[in-house]
Design a protein around this ligand. Sequence first.
Ligand code: 13P
Length: 247
Amino acid sequence: MSKKLVAGNWKLNGSLDANARLLSALAALPGVEMAVCVPYPYLAQAGSALQGIGLGAQNVSEYTSGAYTGEVSASMLAEFGCSYTIVGHSERRALFAESDAVVGRKVLAAQAAGLVPIVCVGETLAEREAGQVMSVVGRQLEAVLDVTGADAMARIVVAYEPVWAIGSGLSATAAQVGDVHGGLRSWLRAHDVDADGVRILYGGSVKPENADELFAVKDVDGGLIGGASLVAEDFMAICRAAMVKQN
Ligand code: 13P
């Protein structure tokens, strides 16, 4: 596997002033690929401030152009220097009713514009307790595979984000993460996707204090970082933890 990827997801946070301070404190590190996924209006600001750090959006339209008020297309994101977009974050699935099928179409739209989609999958606590983790994430991946096919699926990034671990301060344990990441890699392989090249990130309460342990887990190829990506010191510490762990 290549370098780990650590991507920040700022979610609905920021202001021109706060961003300027945060962005000026981020610096590319050797041995790790870094990216930040910012709210749409800040793409230009972040794009011009970042050097050697990738730019991403947090969502993308499934449509390319037309009468879709409020939507932002993948080619617009590419024009602003994005190389990534998050697709299917659990907050979008739960709060904005994004179905598996919509997520699949968004992945297709992102790839058509040359963006790498970071596709989020993950189970709720009730689903975990019902023993449905692999069936849930498998169903979420299947909807993507249905539209992309196996070749293009090998060019996505997968982010395993258990819903119960997001913003809760309680990350999944290394053992839980290892099980699901191994399961995801096997799922991809079983569906004829060149799974060794697919980065599988973990997201959900990653902090400087647990990053070392999580990044040491087999099949963890990086992280998708929410709250801690808003604190430059913490984000840089998490990126440093990824830098030294190549598995
Ligand atoms: P937290 O790191 O704040 O738990 O958020 C994770 C997440 O949702 C990243 O996309």
